[in-house]
Design a protein around this ligand. Structure first.
Ligand code: BGP
Length: 470
């Protein structure tokens, strides 16, 4: 059996994409709450303040805030052994810099943990998933300012102490390398300036290392992971210029993990910063903190792969469907233009394990697709089943043939949630359909798609059923 005993099977969400209730029980505004809806090819706008009459998807989302018991019961029915969710920072510290946490916010997540415990589902908590408090952006200029490191640590300490013994798996920042591709979403940074981004990234890496140490001190049973936006690239051609262009692209993405796993900035990054005339805001003791706060495991999202080369330069914008200047003629694409590359998952697992020698976990994977609800309410989604099956078979191959230690797999958006890149609802990942449309209207009812029973069986057989229809 390739999937080891105790392999974690489940799903993953982010608070701002599912909870809604954006101002309930004392919650403050986050960077996500001022992002309008977009579409494929239409960028989401960030409005300096809330515009009356404008639809903001995070404000209602799928109202998980009031449906979480029902949602977790469905996860239990699926057989989940793990649920990855994020805490909305502004429920706990509404402005980000308060001295004392908001009890009502903590109580909401206590309720989630109660439900998970009742169903025997292990929580994996993302401390910061695209939800920087707007208060920190406005008062401090967000992560460029070192004061935000302290705010984050106060927030992290609050969670570690409150849930000591209840949560053992933590991720410090979702897709930390998104600082290089979409810094507003990742960190409340609106600037195009590379120096601003790199100083903000330095502060996040420092905060992550200090939080990792703190988590270990508070409970030695805590395991803290890095979370990397799975950008992996193939060279456009055997032309050495394309190979070097690809190496450079991967270095720009992987330096974050290099710091989190090796405990210091890699030489190639230090040289690049020097050439760019960017000085990191290093203070005494920082080097020791980075070295002492390396992660226990490496997690990442995997949706697709890129092609890069000599033309791929500078700041690359966007989320997973990055414009690198090349297209892969060998791969099909989703309706949102993301390549579909199961084999690349095996490649990426090998690449990361060779480089970091840490246990790995796939904490996001799935297909964003348009679903059709039949008259009887059913949703037939063979495309989603095929996508997940093909990826899981490659994951199995990496474990079995290549000996890569993989802790678990949490599919993205087990129930349909708001898309992070476009703000749409129609880009659906779920095995559970949620009746909400792109304007936030609908009954909010949950129902099982065909993929629900399929995934349920995969989990029940610890992956063995993947071979039935392959
Ligand atoms: C990752 C993010 C998620 C997410 C997912 C799918 O980058 O961590 O928050 O939503 O991608 O992206 P999208 O929702 O844009 O399809």
């Amino acid at each position: 059996m390739a999937f080891p005993d105790g392999f974690l099977w489940g799903g993953a969400t982010a608070a701002n994409q599912c909870e809604g209730a954006f101002d309930a029980d004392g919650k403050g505004l986050s960077t996500a709450d001022v992002m309008t809806a977009g579409a494929h090819g239409i960028k989401r706008r960030v409005t300096p303040e809330l515009e009356p009459g404008t639809y903001y998807p995070s404000h209602t989302a799928i109202d998980h805030y009031h449906h979480y018991r029902e949602d977790i019961a469905l996860f239990a029915e699926l057989g989940f052994t793990c649920y990855r969710f994020s805490v909305n920072w502004t429920r706990i510290f509404p402005e980000g810099d308060e001295e004392q946490p908001n009890e009502a916010g903590l109580a909401f997540y206590d309720g989630i943990l109660d439900e998970l415990e009742r169903h025997g589902i292990e929580p994996l908590v993302t401390i910061s998933h695209f939800e920087t408090p707007l208060g920190l952006v406005e008062k401090y200029g967000s992560w460029e300012n070192r004061a935000v490191v302290d705010c984050y640590l106060r927030y992290a300490r609050t969670l570690f102490t409150r849930w000591r013994g209840r949560v053992h798996l933590w991720l410090t920042f979702n897709e930390i390398n998104c600082m290089s591709t979409q810094p507003w979403v990742a960190a409340g940074i609106a600037s195009e300036d590379e120096g601003v981004r790199m100083r903000a990234a330095y502060h996040q890496l420092l905060a992550s290392a200090l939080a990792t140490q703190m988590a270990h001190e508070i409970d030695p049973a805590n395991r803290v992971g890095a979370m990397y936006a799975g950008h992996f690239a193939y060279p456009a051609s055997p032309d050495p210029a394309d190979v070097i262009g690809t190496m450079r692209f991967m270095q720009r993405m992987l330096f974050y993990l290099d710091v989190m796993c090796h405990g210091s900035y890699p030489p190639y990054k230090l040289r690049e910063l020097e050439r760019q005339g960017i000085a990191l805001p290093v203070e005494p003791g920082d080097a020791e903190a980075l070295a002492a706060g390396t992660v226990d495991f490496v997690s990442y999202s995997y949706y697709n792969t890129h092609v890069t080369g000599a033309k791929t330069r500078g700041i690359i914008k966007g989320m997973n469907g990055l414009d690198t200047g090349y297209k892969n003629p060998h791969l099909n694409r989703s309706d949102w233009g993301w390549t579909i590359d199961p084999t690349g998952l095996r490649f990426s697992l090998n690449l990361l394990y060779e480089r970091y020698r840490r246990p790995l976990m796939i904490v996001e994977n799935g297909l964003g697709a348009v679903d059709t609800v039949e008259e009887d309410g059913s949703v037939h989604d063979p495309y989603r089943i095929a996508y997940m099956r093909d990826h899981l078979l490659e994951l199995e191959c990496a474990i079995e043939h290549d000996g890569v230690p993989v802790m678990g797999y949490t599919m993205w958006g087990p129930l349909d949630i708001v898309s992070a890149s476009t703000g749409e609802m129609k880009k659906r990942y779920g095995v559970i359909y949620v009746d909400v449309d792109d304007g936030g209207c609908g009954t909010f009812a949950r129902s099982r798609k065909d993929s629900f029973a399929w995934y349920q069986k995969v989990i029940a057989t610890n992956g063995a059923s993947l071979h039935e229809d392959a």
